[in-house]
Design a protein around this ligand. Structure first.
Ligand code: NAD
Length: 686
């Protein structure tokens, strides 16, 4: 029975797909359904992964044998096997006549890269790299704008993939401890993060349309605890490299498992700049360092509903979409074999650069036969950790205790972190904005403690039996992280309970104090009307001859400029929201900033408008000049300049003109004050 087509492609043809590596490979089932792709075969050494695969794809064929898998009748392979094995595995697929969508990275040595490129060329089949990070909504939008020239030429960028994945040294991606349990992960336990460079470099290349041409890096000798290798070869180290791009721009490409997973991308072009942190994208446009910086909300160019359902910010959908489109319609995908090589090679050479103490390397272009030739026999690679036998002596091969290692290490890392988070936050309790969060952390630490203590005991057993082993070393490092000498004592549960009781009291006092302060602030607000919150900028008005001393004609509520309330500082004894930092407003033609508002006065009376201003200042009410103060006064002391206004009942316009030229800081503070305080202050309109 023929399956319905997605309607995404012009053809009703379907792609028969085999998935090799059913850990990461399992992330794509949903996207396959949407893209004319039938998953017909799967291959993995792990029985539990094959079972899960068949659960999702009951009609498919599943095997642990690669040769048997590749013999099956299908068109393409999604290759998600061990990272350093991708080149040889992809070559096998191409030789079996299958198109390849390979997980990152493409190859592990330069020689493998040459072989893979040549096999892809020889086969005439499609090879794509499944580099997915370029295809978030923000990155795709940035690329479109970069192509339009909005940012000019790339000058410098900072690309990051900072991701701490210590437990993956001891588990598969689904959280299952490595089988057998006396081994470490076949590559995640040791690979230096320089080799995993495409999630940061890939988006940067894609957006700016440049390719890397030279790379350099320095060795860092520190690493996080819990990793099996020490020194610069360790997985647990920071790995930044500096890369020259084909247009002459520079990029700092940072990878690493560090103590905060914050990947921030920053791009500086000759015309503008972009900054991306998490989901937020901010641009600074206009070519000056202090041009306005604003947030934008980009969307995908198409398929939003499908993309947002898939992992990695929609990237998993797009990599599969481009691959399917190339097979079905012939349109080239962004990461073909050559771009894959451009992206992969700087990681290999960056590792080599750090190993050779900062020697810089040219990044060859594998499109060019001559450049390729030099690397045909370049097998340089990071020394590998023996993940099978490196943790324990041979005598431990079948020891049930040693087989508990992977599970013990996973649990010690996870459970120890729950305790560590709580303990370290208590060290900054007095400065914590919301100490109630610490009660939550304490509850988690209390809940995990019995399990943590059992895991600590299991770890100590393994360490006592194999004290000289690498396994004992990493377990020891994690025991130290969980403060084992203290936390493993049975009385520690009581210690935590007592701390919790003290914390709860602390939080209650904290909230009472906050409520008191809020009440005191409210009192201030009652004495000074806080309604001045939505001032608007008027358009630039002609600067009067003779400067500020002469009152110009003012047209209140003229063309409005974009208005930014970027500083909500509350001056001493003041009122929130009325301090306006106009520092970033630079597009005034006459050096003045005009702030306009309208007020509804409920009762005719005398009011005072009090100001503090960093530049000279004029006030116009209903078009009439009411104040001209050339001298700047400190906006933090707002009542230095006051203008007394007899206001009738009804609506009035107020324009305040600030002279930026004379200002040092460009802030202004307003508040209304009645001479005799009554409750009927003017009401704000709009
Ligand atoms: N792009 C992304 O966002 C992303 C996310 C996760 C993983 N990945 C990549 O996907 C790949 C796989 O990742 P993973 O987390 O599942 O890692 P993994 O190395 O734990 O998984 C590889 C799987 O393939 C199986 N396998 C390997 N060689 C095999 C063979 N010859 N025959 C049968 N089975 C074999 C293993 O049993 C294992 O289950 C890695 O290269 C990783 O870099 C990419």
């Amino acid at each position: 029975m023929s399956r319905p087509t997605s309607g995404i492609f012009k053809t009703s043809k379907r792609i028969r797909l085999g998935i090799w590596g059913l850990g990461r490979g399992a992330s794509f089932y949903g996207a396959c359904r949407a893209l004319n792709i039938d998953v017909v075969a799967g291959c993995d050494y792990n029985a539990h992964m094959r079972a899960a695969f068949l659960n999702h794809n009951p009609d498919a064929f599943a095997t642990a044998e690669a040769a048997e898998f590749l013999k099956q009748d299908f068109d393409a392979v999604l290759l998600a096997t061990f990272c350093p094995a991708h080149a040889d595995d992809a070559i096998e697929c191409l030789r079996a006549g299958k198109h390849v969508l390979s997980e990152v990275t493409s190859f592990h040595t330069m020689a493998e890269g040459v072989r893979l490129v040549e096999e892809a060329e020889r086969s005439g089949l499609i090879y794509n790299l499944a580099e997915n990070y370029p295809f978030s909504a923000a990155n795709m939008w940035l690329k479109a704008k970069w192509d339009e020239g909005l940012f000019g030429e790339l000058v410098y960028a900072e690309a990051e993939y900072v991701h701490e994945i210590l437990t993956l040294s001891y588990t598969y991606i689904d959280g299952t401890p490595i089988i057998p349990g006396n081994q470490a992960h076949s590559w995640r336990s040791w690979i230096n993060y320089h080799y995993y460079n495409t999630h940061s470099l890939g988006p940067m290349m894609y957006i700016t349309g440049t390719r890397p041409i030279r790379v350099v890096t320095l060795p860092g000798t520190l690493r996080l605890p819990g990793y099996v290798m020490k020194g610069i070869a360790s997985m647990g180290a920071a790995t930044p490299s500096l890369i020259t791009m084909s247009n002459g721009g520079l990029v700092r490409n940072l990878m690493g498992p560090m103590t905060s997973d914050d990947s921030i991308a920053r791009y500086w072009g000759t015309l503008g700049a972009a900054r991306m942190a998490g989901q937020g994208l901010q641009l600074r446009l206009g070519g000056r360092g202090n041009s306005p910086m604003m947030e934008v909300h980009p969307t995908w160019p198409a398929f939003t509903g499908l993309a947002e359902k898939t992992g990695h910010g929609g990237g998993d959908f797009w990599t599969l979409y481009y691959f399917a489109r190339q097979i079905l319609e012939g349109t080239p995908a962004p990461f073909d074999i050559y771009t894959a090589a451009d992206c992969t090679i700087p990681g290999i050479l960056a590792y080599r650069s750090q190993a050779e103490n900062g020697r810089a390397f040219d990044v060859p272009d594998f499109r060019d036969l001559k450049q390729r030739e030099q690397y045909r026999n370049d097998h340089y690679a990071q020394p590998r950790f023996d993940h099978r036998e490196g943790l324990f002596p041979k005598s431990a091969a079948n020891d049930p205790l040693a087989l508990q290692f992977a599970r013990t290490m996973r649990d010690l890392v996870d459970q120890g972190a729950v305790y560590r988070q709580y303990r370290d936050w208590t060290k900054v309790l007095d400065e914590c904005a919301n100490p109630a969060n610490l009660v939550e952390l304490c509850d988690k630490a209390i809940a995990v403690l019995p399990r943590l203590q059992a895991t600590q005991a299991a770890a100590r057993q393994i360490m006592e039996r194999y004290p000289e082993s690498e396994a004992a070393r990493v377990l020891g490092e994690m025991l130290a992280m969980s403060d084992a000498p203290k936390t493993s004592k049975s009385a520690y549960a009581k210690v935590l309970q007592q701390e919790r009781a003290r914390l709860v009291k602390y939080v209650a006092t904290f909230h009472a104090e906050q409520a008191k302060q809020a009440k005191a602030k409210q009192k201030v607000n009652l004495s000074f009307s806080p309604f001045v919150t939505t001032w608007r900028l008027t358009g630039p008005l002609p600067r009067p001859a003779g400067g500020i001393a002469q009152a110009p004609l003012v047209r209140p509520l003229d063309r409005k400029l974009r208005w930014q309330l970027i500083d909500k500082t509350i001056p001493q004894g003041g009122v929130p929201d009325t301090f306006v930092n106009v520092h970033q407003i630079t597009d005034t033609k006459d050096g003045m900033v005009y702030l306009a508002n309208r007020f509804n006065v409920g009762k005719a009376a005398t009011y005072r408008l009090c100001l503090g201003h960093d530049g000279g200042c004029r006030v116009f009410v209903d078009g009439q000049p009411k104040l001209c103060q050339a001298k700047r006064v400190n906006p933090a002391v707002p009542d230095r300049t006051c203008v007394q206004l007899n206001l009738k009942q009804g609506t009035h316009s107020v324009v305040v003109a600030l002279d930026l030229d004379r200002g040092a800081g460009w802030g202004i503070y307003f508040r209304w004050k009645r001479k005799n305080i009554t409750t009927d202050f003017p009401q704000r309109i709009g």
